[in-house]
Design a protein around this ligand. Structure first.
Ligand SMILES: *[C@@H]1O[C@H](CO)[C@@H](O)[C@H](O)[C@H]1NC(C)=O
Ligand SMILES: *[C@@H]1O[C@H](CO)[C@@H](O)[C@H](O)[C@H]1NC(C)=O
Length: 591
């Protein structure tokens, strides 16, 4: 009897202690490797980034299959946000000179004209540049509108520290002009529907004209991008107020309210998940959502669902749906019970390198859970709603809705289960980390071996942020607390419309058709492939009636399509403004 009891105790002890001590050991050994791996990829003196301009982050030293030896605005901002958090949080006070190099490098990069435009016509959302700081002119999914927002957030974090440390001068003279360019871009162009977006015909013809999600694949609105834009404008307006740049505050706040409204539209109540991308023909289940949650974490906002905080019922429900979507599609996940941690990837339909788990997405799941634990412990309670019930039932089948104080056994059981669950995701990252501690982008879904780009800088940053969250560190507050969607914010999207008739005189050959596309959603955002067909009932006049927003400037062109070959009208774009109400007829002749 005594022997049996002892073995039960030992077994129990072994499970609990070995699991968390394995993770402790992993965190302790991997932290310096991840930090060194990240720093090696930053110019000018990073050991794996020779040729990179000072302050520029290479995505990976990999030059073939895939070639990632470029600097991405998004990756760089996420990497430097990690560095800035370590510096401003006092974890590493030696990083300031590197941060200052990043400032100088980005100020220069903002001014580089590129295929997305110039600094004032859209160039800020160019996703990637050559590592010497020149424009990358090849075809790409551009623009990507999270870049300016993420870069602004990184700089604002630094700026807030400088203001608090008696160096407002540097903020006003150097940082603010950089931040303002990015925020003005977000304010003006976050939603194409409300703005004319000027693009070149050459960009149109190569099909690289629309906004793209963070995986650079889907040309539709993306939850991650919208969440990052919202955060940036909120922080920007607070910084502007604190340094007396008050002229921008009203504009930033208004658009932040509109974006917060739009953010709500990604929630899919019947599926219990966030539709990460509103287009693209996918389920919309995507790591983009967990990444958005951890990158917009504000520990003072509690479990607020309006900003999809990590512990909000919506974000937790979404996390379960996201994680579960990988259980049956990766060989390395087979045999793992339905409520245990598994390796996760970008989205279940992924076919890049045949679709595999990624280190940074699996780490993001753990980080969202650690962030949640920080808040539950801080507020001394945990709330289960009908939305989050399925998430909690994974750990406690008897869980019910309600608020559970830290003195209750439900709180104890659930928080310790979530801690274990989070550690298990890190154990998976650990299990598939090669012995040298290096992180590539992916690991093989069947063999578990590293795959795709080696030494991915973002993978290293994701390790540092998840380790820091596990230790209970949270990054700086950004103003998410108590936010609500302002009344009237959502109406700005569904304002009055007018019926616009487009007539164009165009002689065509048999089998040739005329289409219309232009700068508004209703005009298919310059897409030649989804352009609007005109009818030839009154040939040679081609016609169509389209519903457009009232009082709106827009640009457009007609295209001819013959045997799938697209011919655009010659430049410049046609331009019109819709009236306040009623109908409107436009008579054109093909040019
Ligand atoms: C303010 O910060 C900048 C950037 O780190 C630095 O170059 C400058 O010397 C600082 N000025 C003061 C007065 O501390
Ligand atoms: C702009 O807002 C409308 C209405 O909410 C939405 O349908 C559209 O997709 C948004 N566009 C972008 C680029 O986010």
């Amino acid at each position: 009897m005594r022997l049996v009891l002892l073995s039960v105790l030992c077994h129990y002890g072994a499970v609990v202690f070995s699991q968390s001590s394995v993770v402790n050991f992993y965190v302790a050994t991997e932290s310096p490797i991840a930090k060194a791996g990240l720093l090696a990829n930053i110019g000018p003196s990073g050991s794996k980034s020779s040729g990179a301009k000072a302050g520029l982050v290479i995505a990976s030293p990999s030059t073939t299959n895939p070639d990632y030896l470029f600097t991405w605005t998004r990756d760089s901002a996420l990497v430097f946000k990690t560095i800035i958090d370590q510096f401003t949080g006092g974890q590493d006070t030696t990083l300031r000179p590197l941060i200052d190099l990043y400032v100088t490098a980005q100020a220069a990069l903002q001014q580089v004209s590129n295929p997305s435009g110039t600094v004032l016509t859209g160039g800020l959302a160019e996703p990637k540049f050559n590592i010497d700081g020149t424009a990358f002119t090849g075809p790409w999914g551009r623009p990507q509108r999270d870049g300016p927002a993420l870069r602004a957030t990184a700089f604002i974090t630094y700026a807030n520290w400088l203001v608090a440390n008696t160096n407002e001068t540097f903020v006003t003279t150097t940082l603010w002009p950089i931040i303002k360019l990015d925020l003005d871009y977000v304010m003006n162009l976050w939603n194409q529907t409300t703005q004319v977006f000027l693009i070149s015909t050459s960009a149109l013809l190569t099909g690289v004209y629309d906004r793209f999600d963070l995986w650079e694949e889907v040309d539709s609105s993306s939850f991650f991008t919208t969440a990052a834009q919202h955060r940036a404008l909120r922080q920007g307006s607070a910084l502007a107020t604190s340094i007396g740049q008050t002229s921008v505050v009203a504009g930033y706040n208004t658009q932040a309210g509109n974006i917060l409204c739009f953010l709500q539209s990604y929630w899919n109540p019947s599926g219990g998940f966030i539709t990460a991308n509103t287009g693209g023909g996918r389920s919309g289940i995507d790591a983009n959502t967990a990444l958005a949650s951890i990158h917009t974490f504000d520990p003072t906002a509690g479990c607020d669902a309006t900003t999809f905080q990590p512990c909000s019922d919506k974000a937790l429900s979404n996390l379960k749906v996201y994680v579960d979507s990988f259980r049956s599609i990766y060989g390395i996940n087979s045999g793992i019970s339905a409520n245990a941690a598994v390796a996760t990837g970008r989205y279940p339909e992924d076919v890049y390198f045949n679709g595999n788990p990624w280190y940074l997405t699996t780490a993001a799941v753990a980080e969202q859970l650690y962030d949640s634990l920080i808040v539950w412990k801080q507020q001394g309670s945990l709330t289960i709603t009908t939305t989050s019930l399925a998430f909690f039932k994974q750990f406690m089948p008897s869980a019910t809705t309600g608020t559970f104080a830290s003195s209750t056994s439900a709180f104890t059981t659930l928080t310790s289960s979530v801690q274990t669950f989070a550690d298990d995701f890190l154990s998976i990252v650990s299990k598939y980390t090669p012995s040298n501690g290096g992180f590539s982008e992916q690991f093989d879904k069947n063999a578990g071996t590293p795959l795709s780009a080696a030494d991915l800088t973002w993978s290293y940053a994701s390790a540092l942020t998840v380790f820091s969250a596990r230790q209970g560190f949270s990054s700086a507050v950004w103003g998410a607390k108590g936010l609500t969607v302002p009344s009237g914010a959502c109406q700005s999207f569904v304002g009055p419309t007018v019926q616009v008739t487009f007539n164009v005189v165009a002689t065509t050959q048999f089998g040739e058709n005329i289409f219309l596309t232009g700068s508004l959603d209703a005009l298919q955002n310059w897409s030649p492939t989804s352009a609007i067909p005109l009818n030839a009932n009154n040939y040679p006049t081609w016609s169509v009636v389209v519903t457009l927003p009232a009082n709106t400037d827009f640009q457009y062109k007609y295209i001819r399509v013959f045997n799938s070959v697209v011919t655009w009208e010659s430049d410049p774009n046609n331009e019109q403004t819709t009236p306040a109400s009623g109908s409107f007829v436009i008579d054109d002749t093909w040019r």
